[in-house]
Design a binder for this molecule. Sequence first.
Ligand code: ADP
Ligand code: MG
Length: 305
Amino acid sequence: MAEFSIIDTYFNRKNVNSVDLGVGDDSALLTPPPQQQLVICADTSVAGRHFPFDTDPHAIGWKSVAVNLSDIAAMGAKPHSILLALSLPQIDHDWLKGFSQGLYDCCDQFGVSLIGGDTTQSPHLTITITALGWIETGQAITRSGAQIGDLICVSGTVGDAAYGLKHRGHPLQQRLDYPTPRCELGEQLKGLASSMIDISDGLAQDLGHILTASNVGATIELDKLPLSETVNKLSEQEKFQSALAGGDDYELCFSISPENYQKIKQQCVNTSITIIGQITQNLGLNLLKNGVNYSIQSNGYQHFA
Ligand code: ADP
Ligand code: MG
């Protein structure tokens, strides 16, 4: 019984968009818009591994949704709904209240409905969210389309979440706890960007996935990396380490032709975008500082380190 009262109390709010059948039956029902493909992804967060045990439950709720919407945005798609698989060690109403509020705050901001899930007991607090979105058939922006000569761009600033993780209590902890999925920009890049990825494990590693999938290389000019004032004040090694290998930024990194860059620059007014380099024929990632090669210690977050 407890399971059903948790669902009813915390996870059964009104849907905010077109859902034929949501929480309450064996499955949810959606009608796909004509000529669109379903875009679907999942992401798991484990307490003590992906966030400290004492993290504000509201932030855990927000971020669990945000990281999934970021994956949907990275395909150029529009997020529609989520499913929540929640494993809890015990029923803690204060925690559930904060968590569900954070989850719905993120859903509401991006017009997404919670349409189902599963609730179980487990020794480890584990949150798995599956996100669904739609995109016009054939329009998804994958990792494999980067072309030699394309510009490489990133949204927002990079390295803030890594700083927030090291300096708890600093205002940049907000960037770690409340990432902003770049949903609007992602959709605007449809038909313009040649490849895209969201930065979850560090810019160098994630851009590396584009390069491998596209069978190209890249040159990045470190002086062009978009950094917040705080990160910019760090020592050179720390600064570039945070920006290139710090995870959890949830900014978008994409390749785009110079002509299409002019178009997105005009359309996109709410999110900053910065050119940081170029796609090259030479394979691998070439970091340049004042025209000289530069290397960093680590490439990014390792899931099985
Ligand atoms: P079943 O036993 O048929 O799998 P459940 O009893 O697990 O169904 O779930 C009942 C309903 O509540 C389903 O519609 C399911 O999608 C939904 N649900 C269960 N847990 C959650 C949750 N944490 N968040 C949202 N919906 C949930
Ligand atoms: Mg079930």
